[in-house]
Write a protein that binds this ligand. Structure first.
Ligand SMILES: [Mg+2]
Length: 121
């Protein structure tokens, strides 16, 4: 069965790129969110197997969304995909249970490796 993924990023082109990268490794994108609020709501609604999470987004950022999702579901698998100038938030995300992170701009193989590793547990 394919891994069901929720893709969270405020940039449309980035969500599109991540969706294509995930579909190449057989993942099914079952939802998208443009900010942390929407991410939390859709996580509860969809219960995806995995989330890709941007950090810098309007309304509610990815770190707060990650904390809230992991609080309601301590087993939530969240891969952070964010820009390199956000080093401290990346470290905070790992501290709060992010499964892995990928720095933008990324090579698609790096994303696929991280996702496959997290899926494999
Ligand atoms: Mg962003």
């Amino acid at each position: 069965m394919s891994t069901r993924v929720l893709v969270v990023d405020d940039a449309t082109f980035m969500r599109h790129m991540i969706k294509n990268i995930l579909s190449e490794i057989g993942c099914e994108v079952v939802g998208e969110a443009v900010n942390g609020e929407e991410a939390c709501a859709k996580y509860d609604e969809i219960k995806p197997d995995l989330v890709t999470m941007d950090l810098i987004m309007p309304k509610k950022g990815g770190l707060d969304a990650l904390k809230d999702i992991r609080e309601t579901d301590p087993n939530a698998k969240i891969v952070v995909i964010s820009a390199i100038d956000q080093r401290q938030p990346l470290m905070d995300a790992l501290k709060h249970g992010a499964a892995d992170y990928v720095v933008k701009p990324f090579e698609k193989e790096r994303v696929q490796e991280a996702i496959n590793r997290v899926i494999a547990g």
